[in-house]
Design a protein. Structure first.
Length: 194
């Protein structure tokens, strides 16, 4: 989760002890920004307000049984990110089902399910979100991103991309391979069930 703050144990205990609105307001004030940033980066097509609301409801149900033990089950922000990611995945699957239903009503055939049973619309949405995240990742050199975009997204011949950027064909292949691996990891993270 981008720049997620450390949460005080006192705040977590306050949340676990009941529905104290002051504690929940404080918690939401601390985490709303990082949760929205995470959704923008990883799941830009979902309705953030809905996903945040579902995340907070799920968290409120789970907090009475949650015990903060970072040595055993990691930091709280990772726990929260897992819930948020799961709720965003639910939202994408809902969008896919709604799209299939609209298509059915319009007389179009629904999208085929993939071999693992996941709708192709869901996979495509995850791929687009991952590609958008990869191409906007400031940690990747802008020239490297552009080489990847030309060869992998625009499907330009590797030799032409190499000539246009003044690099070797081997460099183009290495960039493509490295970023395809990163893209695959992003898609896997987005589609993994928690």
């Amino acid at each position: 989760m981008p720049t997620a703050p450390n949460t005080s144990i006192t705040l977590l205990k306050g949340l676990a002890s009941g529905a104290d609105s002051v504690r929940w307001t404080e918690f939401y004030r601390i985490y709303e920004g990082p949760m929205r940033a995470f959704l923008r980066a990883r799941f830009p097509s979902v309705e953030a307000d809905d996903v945040l609301q579902e995340t907070m409801l799920a968290l409120a149900r789970r907090m009475p049984d949650y015990h903060y033990t970072p040595d055993r089950n990691g930091h709280f922000r990772n726990y929260l990110m897992g819930i948020l990611k799961h709720k965003a995945g639910d939202a994408l699957r809902r969008q896919s089902r709604e799209s299939a239903n609209r298509n059915r009503l319009k007389g179009r055939a629904p999208a085929d399910d993939g071999p693992d049973g996941a709708p192709e619309d869901w996979k495509l949405a995850a791929m687009h979100a991952a590609l958008e995240q990869l191409l906007s990742d400031g940690a990747i050199n802008s020239r490297t991103r552009e080489v990847f975009r030309h060869v992998a997204v625009m499907h330009e011949p590797p030799e032409a991309v190499a000539a246009a950027f003044g690099i070797t064909r081997n460099n183009v292949d290495q960039i493509k391979s490295r970023l395809v691996d990163r893209l695959s990891s992003l898609v896997s993270a987005m589609t993994a069930e928690d």
